[in-house]
Design a protein around this ligand. Structure first.
Ligand code: AP5
Length: 222
């Protein structure tokens, strides 16, 4: 299975990608997670990426394409993977299309998740994350403990640098201007499904699985 989980910041891409990864036994390839890891480890990539991420801007395409190529060549990606947060621009979509040709991959299915902006802002301003294990807390449905010590690993729970209202609004603008054209790229060339993300986490997951199955069935009958 080769999937792209697509949508604005905060629609639940990471949450759903983790569930699909666990249930279908394929890795989640998240450019955001890889970049945050590089920032944490103060690598050259991390130092370059940090200034863009802090403001909610996109990291340059050439850096992103390089990390994606390296990651997708690893052996755990052999029978498929879920791209989370990539591609985000037309040059990235074109880079992925070339990678598919070079690696003789089947077409990706793009799963668009849609959530209204006011709900996105509520989710992202309420989010906290463990610095060590990445566990997700949200004051909406799973608040962080008062001492901000992670209940999973004992690490520090903090707010992501880009999860303040000003930067969230900027991320939403960047999404509309630079990332939505990628949706049309896949509507014209690839497999595309659209999901209402403004439901419970489990309902969103079930909608994704149902629509993927429907797509597979309709392909088998044609
Ligand atoms: P990235 O890490 O990809 O962030 P994002 O797209 O802004 O998305 P988020 O991680 O904030 O949200 P999500 O949609 O994954 O939702 P989540 O499941 O976490 O990118 C960060 C930055 O890195 C970018 O701004 C850019 O600078 C750079 N970058 C990354 N990729 C790049 C690329 N390809 N090119 C260039 N630059 C790149 O959920 C959010 C919250 O909502 C959580 O607390 C969760 O618990 C909650 N939630 C989820 N689903 C539900 C639900 N159904 N109901 C209620 N709450 C829910």
């Amino acid at each position: 299975m080769h999937l792209i989980i697509f949508g604005a910041p905060g629609v639940g891409k990471g949450t759903q990608a983790k569930m699909i990864s666990k249930n279908f036994l394929i890795p989640q390839v998240s450019t955001g997670d890889m970049l945050r890891e590089a920032v944490k480890n103060e690598t050259e990539l991390g130092k370059l990426a940090q200034s863009y991420m802090k403001k909610g801007h996109l990291v340059p395409d050439d850096l992103i394409l390089k990390i994606i190529k390296e990651r997708c060549l690893k052996s755990d990606c052999y029978s498929g993977y879920i791209l989370d947060g990539f591609p985000r621009t037309i040059p990235q979509a074109e880079g992925l299309a070339q990678l598919m040709i070079d690696m003789q991959l089947p077409p990706f299915t793009l799963v668009e998740v849609i959530v209204p902006d006011n709900i996105i802002i509520e989710r992202l301003t309420g989010r906290k994350t463990c610095e060590s294990c990445g566990a997700d807390y949200n004051k909406l449905n799973n608040p962080a403990p008062a001492d901000n010590i992670c209940t999973v690993c004992g690490g520090n729970i903090t707010t992501r640098q880009d999860d303040n209202e000003k930067t969230i609004k900027n991320r939403l603008n960047v999404y509309r201007e630079q990332t939505t054209p990628v949706k049309h790229f896949y509507q014209e060339r690839g497999k595309f499904i659209s999901i209402n993300g403004n439901q419970s986490v489990d309902q969103v997951y079930q909608s994704i699985v149902n629509k993927i199955n429907q797509l597979d069935e309709s392909e088998q009958t044609h």
